[in-house]
Design a protein around this ligand. Structure first.
Ligand code: PLP
Length: 373
């Protein structure tokens, strides 16, 4: 099965892990500091703080942004549930915004959602394609709101030649194996704000600060969200190859753009000229006439060893959120009916991509049923 995304582990990654495992300090050591320095340098931000998951990174960033019980936070209806969960842990209420048909938040619909209870805006870079972060920052500044960008998909993506990760007040990343680089599980927040940086570190480690000698003081209720040294060694090794991963993902993405452009059954998402997407996902969007056959198409592709997946069931469609958010978002709902993510990652070849295209054509040709309603 060729999965929709996966990690690439080479001998050099294994050596980096083994070497670090022999260090006397296994957590809270210098490999953590070094990985943070490398991430900050890579994205062009002043600070980076690593966490033991992307979800922990989001929870921490929302806490540091000041999100409290009954505050509202604005985010996209098309994301993984972790984007909203991070705020719900703090007692916040998610306020969803509909998307454009590229999977990213519709910026023109953000301002109408702002109330006196709004604390922050949390856009997502869907599939690695950077959202309109500059416009969102303008809205944030105008209304005095902090912007926490969920960049779980987009480490290494750029706008106008500049890596994303230094524009939002805080930007979060995930190092889950399907994401741009991996530390097994892991995540990070990047920021240019020293106060945020210090609060993030405190929240990551029980809310405790060192005073003198043995004296520590717990100032806030924090968590143990630390990422240990060995995964950071893997992260450093992976980060060295991130640009080559993105190059490979774009080679495959551009091949798909071309090979699929005349297929009447689907459309694809075009990346704007001034952007580079890390292509965490390659979404194809089924023509409306095929929405009712999506399960069948999905199953046939899986049977033919094409490891497709769907990103995502809209947040408000999950039963936990259904009572909280009793609204509909038509683009997100339609996008969900149309979307299938096909394999796109650094561990596959152009021949594998060709195979995906041929299999798609085969499945559509034998599909037959069209069900316009
Ligand atoms: C993966 C992901 C997360 C959570 O990251 P974990 O490292 O799995 O905790 C959050 N938001 C989005 C959009 C993601 O894709």
């Amino acid at each position: 099965m060729n999965p929709y995304s996966k990690q690439e582990i080479l001998e050099e990654d294994i050596q980096a892990v083994v070497k670090d495992l022999k260090n006397p300090i296994l957590t809270g050591g210098s490999t953590v500091d070094l990985f943070e320095t490398k991430i900050a340098e890579y994205v062009g931000a002043k600070y980076a703080v690593v966490f033991n998951s992307g979800t922990a990174a989001l929870h921490s960033a929302y806490f540091v942004a000041g999100l409290k019980e009954n505050d509202e936070f604005i985010t996209s209806s098309m994301s993984f549930v972790a984007t909203t969960n991070g705020g719900v842990y703090l007692g916040g209420n998610p306020v969803l915004v509909d998307i454009k048909f590229d999977g990213n938040i519709d910026v023109s619909k953000i301002e109408e959602k702002i109330t006196s209870k709004t604390k922050l805006i949390a856009p997502v870079d869907y599939a690695g394609n950077p959202c309109d972060i500059e416009e969102i920052m303008k809205i944030g500044k105008k209304h005095n709101l902090i912007v926490v960008e969920d960049g779980s998909h987009s480490l290494g993506s750029s706008i106008n030649g500049k890596k994303i990760g230094s524009i939002a007040d805080m930007k979060t990343f995930s190092f889950h194996p399907v994401k741009p680089i991996t530390t097994f599980e892991g995540g990070a927040v990047t920021t240019n704000n020293k106060e945020f940086y210090e609060k993030l570190k405190k929240f990551r480690s029980h809310g405790v600060v060192k005073k003198s000698l043995w004296n520590q003081d717990m100032e806030d209720l924090g968590f143990n969200y630390r990422l240990s040294d060995v995964p950071c060694a893997l992260g450093i090794s992976q980060l060295r190859r991130l640009d080559s991963f993105i190059k490979k993902r774009n080679l495959i993405g551009e091949y798909y753009d071309e090979a699929l452009k005349d297929l009447k059954e689907i459309s694809t998402v075009r990346i704007k000229e001034n952007r580079v997407s890390g292509r965490h996902l390659y979404p194809i969007l089924l023509d409306r006439s095929l929405w009712c056959s999506k399960e069948d198409i999905f199953q046939k592709l899986q049977e033919k060893a094409i490891g497709v997946q769907v990103h995502y069931k809209p947040i408000h469609k999950h039963s936990f959120y259904r009572q909280k958010i009793n609204k509909s978002f038509s683009n997100a709902e339609d996008f969900y009916k149309a979307e299938i993510s096909i394999p796109c990652h650094q561990s596959m070849s152009l021949d594998d991509a060709k195979e995906v295209v041929e299999t798609l054509k085969e499945v559509f040709n034998t599909q037959g049923v069209s069900c316009v309603r």
